[in-house]
Design a binder for this molecule. Structure first.
Ligand SMILES: [Zn+2]
Length: 344
C-alpha cells in the first residue's frame, strides 16, 4: 500500500503529501482520528515513503511524494523489520508508555539511520504518555535531530498533554464512509448486525451477540500470545539466569496483555461505530452517513424498532463498557452486561 491509496480514504493524508511535495515536512506530527489501525497505516506509509529506494517524485518539485511499495526498503517496512522505523506502543496493565521506553527511544533517536534516509519513530497512543515520560520526551520533541521524524498517534487528542500537543503539527486523519475498516472488520460487523436483527427484539437476541464477540477475542488472544512468545528472548536457546528468565516472563505477560487490550478496544469500537449508524438512522440520516454501508439493511431494521433516545443510550452504555474494561474488571461479565443492556 502507498500514500496514494490512502488519500482517497482520507483528506488528512493529502495534507501530509502536500508537505512532502513542498519540502516542508514538520519534524513532529500528531495524527489523530477515530481509528487506531488506520492511523498506524498512515504513519507507516509516511515512514515507508521517506525511506523508499525508488520513490514517486512530484513532477513540479522533483521531491518525493510517495513510496514505490515494492523495493527492499518498502518490503522491510511492511514486514515491520526496517531498522530505521520504530514503533512505540503503550504497555503494562496500566497501558502507559513508560519512561523507560521513552529513554530507550531517545538513545536511538540520535544515532544515524542504518539503511534509509530517515529515522522514523511512531508513537501509538500519545494520550498514554504520563507526565514523567512526557517531560523526558519534550526536548527531543522540540528539536529532533536532522533526518529524524516523530509521528505521534492518538484517537483521543483531548487527552494528549498540552506540552506534547503544542510541539507537534496536528493532522486530522478522520475518514469518510466505509473506509478505514478492513474487509474483515466490515464482514464482522455485517455478521454481528445480522445476528442482532435476525431474532426478534429481546434478551435472547442480545445474548446471542455475545458468542461471536467472545469467540473472536479468544482467537485473537491465542494468536497474540503465539506471536509474542515467538519473539520473546525466552525462546533463545541460551541458558538464562533465573532472575532474567523471571523478568522476561513478566515482560512477555505484560506485552500480551497490552496488545490484547488494544485489539479488544479496537473491536469494541467497531460495535460503537455501528451503534452510531443506528443512532444516525433513528435521526433520519440515511445510508450516506453510515460507517458500515454494507450493514445498512440491518441498521435500518434496528432503528425502526427503537427510539432515537434509546439509540443514544446505546452509545453511552457501550462507552461505559469500554471504560470499565480499561480497569481491572472481569471481562466476560462486563461484556455480557454491556451487550444485554443494549436496545436493539
Ligand atoms: Zn520503495
Amino acid at each position: 500500500m502507498a500514500l496514494a491509496e490512502l488519500v482517497d480514504q482520507c483528506e488528512g493524508v493529502s495534507v501530509l503529501q502536500k508537505s512532502l511535495k513542498n519540502g516542508r515536512l514538520a519534524h513532529a506530527y500528531l495524527l489523530f482520528g477515530p481509528d487506531q489501525t488506520f492511523l498506524e497505516k498512515v504513519a507507516l506509509n509516511l515512514a515507508k515513503t521517506l525511506n523508499c529506494n525508488n520513490p514517486v517524485q512530484s513532477e513540479n518539485s522533483g521531491l518525493t511524494v510517495d513510496c514505490c511499495d515494492q523495493c527492499d526498503s518498502c518490503r522491510k517496512t511492511d514486514r515491520s523489520n526496517h531498522p530505521d522505523i520504530q514503533f512505540v506502543r503503550p504497555e503494562s496493565k496500566l497501558r502507559r508508555i513508560s519512561i523507560h521506553k521513552i529513554r530507550e527511544l531517545m538513545r536511538t533517536v540520535y544515532l544515524s539511520p542504518l539503511l534509509g534516509a530517515y529515522k522514523v519513530f511512531i508513537l501509538a497512543g500519545a494520550d498514554r504518555l504520563g507526565p514523567e515520560a512526557a517531560n523526558a520526551f519534550l526536548k527531543t520533541l522540540e528539536e529532533p535531530p536532522n533526518g529524524s521524524l516523530l509521528i505521534l498517534l492518538t484517537s483521543d487528542p483531548d487527552k494528549v498533554l498540552e506540552t506534547i500537543r503544542s510541539r507537534c503539527l496536528r493532522v486530522n486523519i478522520g475518514m469518510g464512509q466505509g473506509v478505514g475498516f478492513s474487509p474483515d472488520q466490515q464482514d464482522w460487523i455485517l455478521n454481528f448486525s445480522k445476528i442482532a436483527t435476525e431474532s426478534k427484539q429481546g434478551l435472547l437476541a442480545r445474548y446471542q451477540l455475545l458468542s461471536p464477540l467472545v469467540e473472536w477475542l479468544k482467537k485473537r488472544h491465542e494468536l497474540i500470545k503465539k506471536q509474542l512468545e515467538a519473539e520473546s528472548p525466552l525462546k533463545l536457546s541460551v541458558e538464562l539466569e533465573p532472575a532474567a528468565k523471571e523478568r522476561f516472563k513478566k515482560e512477555l505477560d505484560a506485552a500480551i496483555e497490552a496488545e490484547y487490550r488494544r485489539e479488544r478496544s479496537e473491536q469494541l469500537k467497531l460495535i460503537q461505530w455501528w451503534l452510531r449508524d443506528i443512532w444516525l438512522s433513528c435521526l433520519g440520516n440515511d445510508n450516506a452517513s453510515f460507517r458500515f454501508p454494507t450493514a445498512a439493511d440491518y441498521t435500518r431494521i434496528v432503528s425502526a424498532r427503537i427510539s432515537s433516545r434509546q439509540a443514544r443510550q446505546n452509545l453511552d452504555q457501550f462507552e461505559t463498557t469500554q471504560g470499565l474494561l480499561q480497569t481491572n474488571v472481569q471481562e466476560g461479565l462486563t461484556l455480557e452486561v454491556g451487550l444485554l443492556k443494549l436496545n436493539l
